[in-house]
Ligand binder design. Structure first.
Ligand code: HEM
Length: 341
């Protein structure tokens, strides 16, 4: 999911392995960055327009405080989190990785806490009613748990678990953006119509008819559950395959073993877990060196990750999201996307 180290022996092969994940992130951030600028920075922070998208955000000072803190911290998560997956940064600037990780995880934790306080302030009646309140509160619990577990396993130096929770955590950070993304895709098909009049048709609890439709009720759950399932699939494909496949042949793992990507995925986590956590008290650099030695092509017991399936999976979704992002921009440019209010 990252670019390769400058000092890799085979940078070309490595980058060939990673392009689906880079393309997937580029496709998503091509939507996320303008959304963050226009919705969060411009609409909420500069124009202070809290009412035109989701009525009820600014009814009390407490609501404004928590929803603003929530949005600001969420923005920090979206900007900082992807950098954590860069092996180059991790190798060359380990301090940056640690500090960026601490800031991102704290931001993630407080994004979810502020969101959950906001839900409590609204007595669980969000614009989509109590269903949306429960769904978003659950999302907050999942989101916060993923952040806490990522930090917990980093401190315990159990790097495979740390990596797995980081993947789950990232899926939940992207989910907040994907919530809007799917509306934008449907807007391109003119399947949703954001009529400001209809959106402002709300009861005294600021529950609005518009957000009570079956699609919105289901989407309030699926927007974070589906990315979580996606993360589980990635973790499954990254798992140690050595128990299931003979390790004498080089066919599946050779490319990965020679690459940065492979070093990243196989070290240090797998090695530590396979050694009953014996290395947990050692500095990370020692663990990396040891894992490199163990993952060498001559070591028949080295764990293997199935990069062919992993990258085919990434490529499939990269192409789907690339197409969807282009579709959103083309339909918006033609003025036929009904997503924008
Ligand atoms: C990276 C993470 C996140 C970002 C960037 C983010 C961003 C936003 C933004 C911009 C809004 C304003 C509505 C809009 O313009 O669409 C919002 C509303 C909201 N968010 Fe988040 N959010 C994130 C994560 C979460 C989490 C984890 C929760 C769960 C507690 C949550 C709960 C809410 C709630 C309850 C609202 C108000 C909904 C309503 O009034 O009905 N968000 N968020």
């Amino acid at each position: 999911m990252t670019s390769c180290c400058a000092n890799s022996d085979k940078p070309m092969r490595s980058s060939a392995l990673q392009w689906p994940w880079i393309l997937l992130n580029v496709s998503l951030y091509a939507f996320a960055l303008p959304w963050m600028l226009s919705a969060i920075v411009n609409q909420y922070f500069i124009s202070k327009d809290y009412d035109s998208t989701l009525p009820g955000l600014d009814d009390t000072a407490a609501r404004i405080f928590f929803i603003s803190a929530h949005m600001g911290l969420g923005l920090i998560c979206l900007l900082l989190y992807p950098l954590q997956f860069s092996q180059c940064i991790r190798r060359r600037f380990p301090k940056f990785h640690r500090w960026n990780g601490r800031v991102s995880l704290l931001a993630a934790l407080f994004t979810s806490l502020c969101g959950m306080v906001f839900i409590c302030l609204k007595k669980f009646h969000l614009v989509g009613g109590i269903n949306m309140g429960i769904a978003f509160f659950t999302y907050g619990l999942v989101f916060g748990t993923c952040a806490v577990m990522t930090g917990y396993f980093a401190r315990k130096r159990e790097f495979r678990r740390h990596k797995n929770w980081a993947i789950r955590s990232y899926s939940q950070i992207l989910a907040s953006m994907l919530y809007r993304y799917f509306y934008a895709v449907l807007g391109g098909f003119q399947a949703v119509h954001f009529d400001p009049e209809e959106i402002l048709n709300c009861d005294e609890m600021d529950v609005c008819d518009y957000f009570l439709k079956p699609f919105d009720a289901i989407h309030a759950w699926t927007f974070f559950i589906v990315p979580l399932l996606f993360a589980e699939a990635v973790i499954y494909l990254l798992r140690d395959q050595s128990k299931e496949q003979p390790t004498d042949g080089m066919h599946l793992s050779q490319e990965g073993e020679e690459s940065c990507k492979h070093e990243e995925e196989e070290s240090p986590g797998e090695q530590m877990n396979n050694n009953d956590n014996a290395d947990q008290t050692k500095p990370e650099s020692e663990v990396i060196d040891k894992s490199k030695a163990e993952a060498s092509p001559t070591n028949k017991s080295a764990p293997q990750t199935n990069f062919i399936y992993l990258n085919s999976f990434g490529a499939l979704f990269a192409l789907i999201f690339l197409g969807s992002t282009v579709f959103i921009y083309v339909t918006s440019a033609l003025g036929i996307n009904t997503f924008s209010v």
